[in-house]
Ligand binder design. Structure first.
Ligand SMILES: *[C@@H]1O[C@H](CO)[C@@H](O)[C@H](O)[C@H]1NC(C)=O
Ligand SMILES: *[C@@H]1O[C@H](CO)[C@@H](O)[C@H](O)[C@H]1NC(C)=O
Ligand SMILES: *[C@@H]1O[C@H](CO)[C@@H](O)[C@H](O)[C@H]1NC(C)=O
Ligand SMILES: *[C@@H]1O[C@H](CO)[C@@H](O)[C@H](O)[C@H]1NC(C)=O
Ligand SMILES: *[C@@H]1O[C@H](CO)[C@@H](O)[C@H](O)[C@H]1NC(C)=O
Ligand SMILES: *[C@@H]1O[C@H](CO)[C@@H](O)[C@H](O)[C@H]1NC(C)=O
Ligand SMILES: *[C@@H]1O[C@H](CO)[C@@H](O)[C@H](O)[C@H]1NC(C)=O
Ligand SMILES: *[C@@H]1O[C@H](CO)[C@@H](O)[C@H](O)[C@H]1NC(C)=O
Ligand SMILES: *[C@@H]1O[C@H](CO)[C@@H](O)[C@H](O)[C@H]1NC(C)=O
Ligand SMILES: *[C@@H]1O[C@H](CO)[C@@H](O)[C@H](O)[C@H]1NC(C)=O
Length: 369
């Protein structure tokens, strides 16, 4: 199965790779929200490789497909915006590492003529998404935004996703905790949207639709929308401070005032580890974690095993963390997480002494031997 897929996916790459040289493929896939980031890391890593012939395709197939393809060994590693469930990790019957490697956020995006600022309380946001509030001049919206000037009875078009996504999980989790008596759509990666919702597939179509149409609102991963320069609403954090994702503080000293403690080991359960609605002073409430999933034992994989291990170490390299995260509109993980990640990667066992990268392109303290 693995061989079939790998050869198939290599067929296209072979044409551009130096056909005379042997090549090694390290195949990954999953999250669409983190696609630009991970694909850019792989692109840079390919160029930084000590040898021609390291092939690093990333398939943006969505988190659940990515997780399943990793668990079935079709992919060497998976990428997701949320952890594996305990049933998934336990059902694999092999030690699996879950490595938090980046922080990202979800934003409430809207398009109102004139581009005014917009504050939304959880109750008002819940009612807009559910279709209880249908016009921008609703008294509940104007009460929060006294200077907002919109046409009378201007209809709101809500754009939602028909497919599953981490953004829906995070927003519905937030609303169920902050506006429990208003929010009726449950907590889920797929939401039972009301009939009036304009449904699309994927984060990119949500932000694309808002970018193309006035009087719209929806939510999606922040980085994609901010790249399009659409506008995000401010929403309250636990202390009642209204913030956009860009105004948030992503340092652990701010986030960590709540009980944000990493699991003992990267092979432990991450089911209860998440960053939605943390209690820090300037903490934006819709933060999520990017995870890489890898097998801890890669001794069967030869040079490719060393490739997986070292590519993951490259995720924590200096260019990625100083420039790559910002370019992608994401946030650097706290330094204690970087140490945790590199330690976890170091615990991967391989049976090849091949060194694919330079010491100065991988994470701090990573040892190739
Ligand atoms: C708001 O909309 C939801 C979902 O459409 C519905 O279940 C709920 O009854 C509505 N609430 C009010 C107050 O109309
Ligand atoms: C989440 O949504 C899926 C797909 O609509 C559904 O099968 C599942 O039961 C829902 N889970 C919960 C907890 O509501
Ligand atoms: C947008 O939707 C179309 C059709 O549903 C789909 O083919 C396309 O991949 C989606 N684009 C993005 C960026 O999600
Ligand atoms: C937005 O408009 C452009 C230009 O008309 C179009 O190519 C694109 O598909 C639209 N995007 C969405 C998500 O509707
Ligand atoms: C809002 O939508 C219009 C198209 O109706 C588009 O021209 C404009 O750039 C969009 N504005 C923002 C801030 O997304
Ligand atoms: C974030 O918060 C921490 C702790 O309150 C503070 O030390 C740090 O300067 C803040 N960072 C930014 C960018 O505001
Ligand atoms: C953490 O919480 C304590 C008590 O609520 C408060 O005194 C302290 O300033 C908070 N620290 C940060 C970084 O928010
Ligand atoms: C975060 O964890 C809490 C409980 O620990 C859970 O209710 C919530 O659904 C989780 N959120 C996400 C986005 O996984
Ligand atoms: C608390 O958050 C507000 C709003 O982001 C900010 O202006 C203020 O400086 C923060 N205070 C501390 C102690 O970080
Ligand atoms: C890839 O490398 C370029 C050039 O150094 C850099 O600008 C970019 O931020 C890097 N991207 C990532 C994700 O590391």
């Amino acid at each position: 199965m693995r061989l079939g897929l790998t050869l198939l996916s290599l067929a296209a790459g072979l044409v551009v790779a130096q056909a005379a040289h042997p090549f090694t493929a390290v195949v990954g896939g999953g999250s669409t929200a983190l696609q630009n980031y991970v694909a850019a890391i792989c692109d840079n890593a390919t160029q930084d490789s000590n040898y021609a012939g390291l092939y690093l395709p990333y398939y943006a197939v969505g988190v659940s497909t990515g997780q399943n393809s990793f668990l079935s060994l079709d992919y060497d590693y998976g990428i997701g915006d949320y952890p594996l469930t305990d049933a998934q990790a336990g059902g694999a019957y092999r030690p699996i590492l879950q490595i938090p490697f980046v922080l990202s956020s979800t934003s409430i995006f809207y398009n109102i003529t004139g581009n005014p600022k917009l504050k939304l309380s959880p109750s008002v946001l819940a009612q807009i998404l559910q279709g209880n509030i249908t016009t921008f001049d609703d008294p509940a919206i104007l009460k929060l935004n006294p200077t907002l000037s919109v046409p009378k009875d201007q209809h709101i078009t809500v754009v939602g996703r028909s497919d599953s996504g981490a953004a829906a999980q995070i927003v519905s989790d937030y609303l169920s905790r902050t506006a429990p008596s208003d929010w009726k759509l449950g907590v889920n990666k797929t939401l039972p949207w009301p009939k009036a919702t304009h449904l699309v597939m994927g984060n990119g179509n949500v932000t694309g639709f808002i970018n193309n149409n006035t009087w719209t609102i929806g939510f999606a991963d922040s980085s994609g929308g901010l790249k399009l320069k659409i506008t995000e609403a401010s929403i309250p954090n636990q202390l009642g401070t209204y913030l956009t994702s860009k105004q948030g503080n992503y340092s652990l000293s701010d986030l960590g005032n709540s009980t944000l403690t990493l699991p003992t080991s990267a092979t432990s359960s991450f089911a209860k580890f998440n960053t939605t609605y943390l209690g820090g002073n300037s903490t934006y409430p819709l933060i999520s974690i990017g995870y890489a999933y890898s097998n801890q034992d890669l001794r069967q994989r030869g040079d490719a095993g060393a490739g997986v291990k070292q590519l993951l170490a490259y995720f924590f390299g200096p260019v990625v963390l100083s420039k790559g995260v910002q370019d992608a509109g994401l946030y650097k993980p706290p330094s204690s997480w970087i140490k945790y990640g590199v330690n976890a990667i170091q615990s991967i066992t391989v049976k090849s002494s091949k060194v694919w990268f330079q010491q100065n392109s991988v994470g701090p303290g990573f040892s190739f031997s």
